[in-house]
Design a protein around this ligand. Structure first.
Ligand code: PHE
Length: 459
């Protein structure tokens, strides 16, 4: 990011130095635990097939137009998400209350990061677990036991959660672009390469056809109304939309860069990585008698089986969990950025101070998740533990709600001439498609799924 520019139309927090650094930052935000840890386990719990189909539809018809909307609003507002929305609303002679959507997003980011950091901590722990050789020739009992002994030990998970929060806050306190850009540029291609190597392993050694059919054969009877909501929520989660992360990044995007192509490449890459992860994991699950419905531990149990049985498996395991931790890190930074940018602007404090306090708040919230796999695992509310409730509230309610408001705001409230100047001056096919998806398909889609999942249609 270049230096601070303090005029009224510019970004207070600097700019991305190039188009590629913006793409990398957005891709770094999108690709994370959501693709490799969360997608396979929720697809497993929701019966695969039809769930994956709904997820893909939601990504392209709802998530993509919202991603574009967020970048647009961010770039036009040039502030933290709440102030950007307020500024755009005033400019379009609309209510200042739109800022509330930005604030809700900031809260969602804080809540998501509180549990995200705990899972990322597991990934850090697994770098060392792999290194120590625990998984050499491992069978399903060994991988299951290793996972449960880690997740149920609150002291160890609290340690890794703390470490992860510290390294995240460190980067955010420095300003987002420094360091982040280099890390993503190198590590993302490596992550993809490693996933492809694992895919070959799965195809040769796993029950590949069973995995393929689990993921892609649409069995609609397995899909519940709640499963549809989870698929929608995950489309938001995986693209990092609905809470302002991308809006915050868009605020640092120089005016002359095209938004359309950037968004499409990010969405394609993100979806590709999620699908490949599923195709790596499920054949291993089926070949080794693991349970596809194992939940949050699925990746941490299935992949070590592969590493344990591959030549050079220790090295591969170490590299894989290192890359996964990096992917989580670049996402975590974007989860924290809106809150920090907001605190800096609101309280006129330094970035370092803001990062410290926000980090502390998130860390404390994170203890809820740490304990929900150990001391408080029996503490259920609405039939879910603390982690599941946080995930449900954020992914399935707050993100879709935030995304709904953002897309309505961008396509209905913001002045259409300024939009087309930002997106496509000639108002070509991309612009018209975006406008149509944003005005009608995305909002109606979100509302139908919401109502459907609270069973309004059957009562
Ligand atoms: N998209 C990230 C992932 O898939 C998570 C995330 C959600 C990041 C929301 C920012 C905002 O892991």
């Amino acid at each position: 990011m270049t230096n601070k520019i303090n005029n009224s139309k510019g970004s207070l927090h600097g700019y991305w130095s190039s188009r590629i650094s913006f793409i990398l930052a957005v891709a770094g935000s999108a690709v994370g635990l959501g693709n490799i840890w969360k997608f396979p386990y929720i697809a497993g719990v929701n019966g695969g097939g039809a769930f994956v189909l709904v997820y893909i539809l939601c990504v392209f018809l709802i998530g993509l137009p919202i991603l574009v909307s967020e970048i647009l609003i961010g770039r036009m507002g040039r502030r933290n998400p709440a102030s950007s929305m307020e500024a755009m609303a005033l400019q379009s002679s609309s209510s200042k209350k739109w800022a509330f959507v930005g604030l809700m997003g900031i809260l969602s980011g804080v809540l998501i990061l509180s549990y995200y950091s705990v899972i990322a901590g597991w990934s850090l722990a697994y770098i060392f677990e792999s290194f120590s050789g625990t998984f050499v020739n491992a069978n399903s009992t060994i991988v299951e036991e290793s996972f449960f002994s880690l997740s149920s030990s609150w002291k160890i998970t609290m340690f890794w959660h703390s470490l992860f929060m510290i390294i995240t806050a460190y980067v955010v306190s420095k300003g987002v672009a420094e360091g982040l850009e280099k890390a993503v540029r190198l590590l993302m291609p490596l992550l993809i390469l490693l996933l492809l190597i694992l895919l070959v392993y799965s195809a040769l050694e796993g029950e590949f056809i069973a995995g393929l059919s689990f993921m892609f054969a649409p069995r609609f009877h397995d899909l519940t109304a709640d499963g549809i909501l989870v698929a929608l929520g995950h489309a938001f989660f995986t693209l990092s939309v609905g809470m302002g992360a991308i809006m915050a990044y868009g605020a640092y995007l120089p005016d002359n860069m095209s938004i359309g192509r950037i968004s499409i490449s990010v969405v394609l890459a993100d979806t590709f990585i999620a699908l490949i992860s599923g195709l790596v994991i499920f054949p291993i699950v089926f070949a080794n008698g693991l349970d596809p419905e194992a939940g949050p531990g699925l990746v941490f149990m299935s992949l070590p089986m592969a590493f344990g049985n591959l030549p050079g498996g220790i090295g591969l395991g170490v590299i894989f969990f290192t890359l996964l931790s990096f992917a989580a890190w670049t996402s975590a930074i974007s989860l924290m950025e809106p809150a920090v940018a907001w605190a800096v602007e609101k309280f006129k404090i330094q970035r370092v101070t803001a990062s410290f306090f926000i980090c502390l708040i998130i860390w404390v919230f994170g203890l809820g998740t740490v304990f929900s796999f150990s001391l408080l695992s029996d503490f259920l509310l609405l039939g879910r533990n603390i982690f599941d409730n946080l995930d449900y509230l954020t992914s399935n309610i707050l993100l879709p709600l935030g995304g709904l408001m953002i897309v309505i705001f961008a396509s209905w409230v913001v002045n259409i001439d300024s939009l087309s100047i930002q997106l496509d001056k000639s108002r070509g096919i991309f612009f018209r498609l975006w406008l149509f998806l944003s005005r009608y398909i995305a909002p109606i889609g979100v509302m139908i799924i919401f109502f459907y999942s609270v069973n309004i249609f059957s009562t």
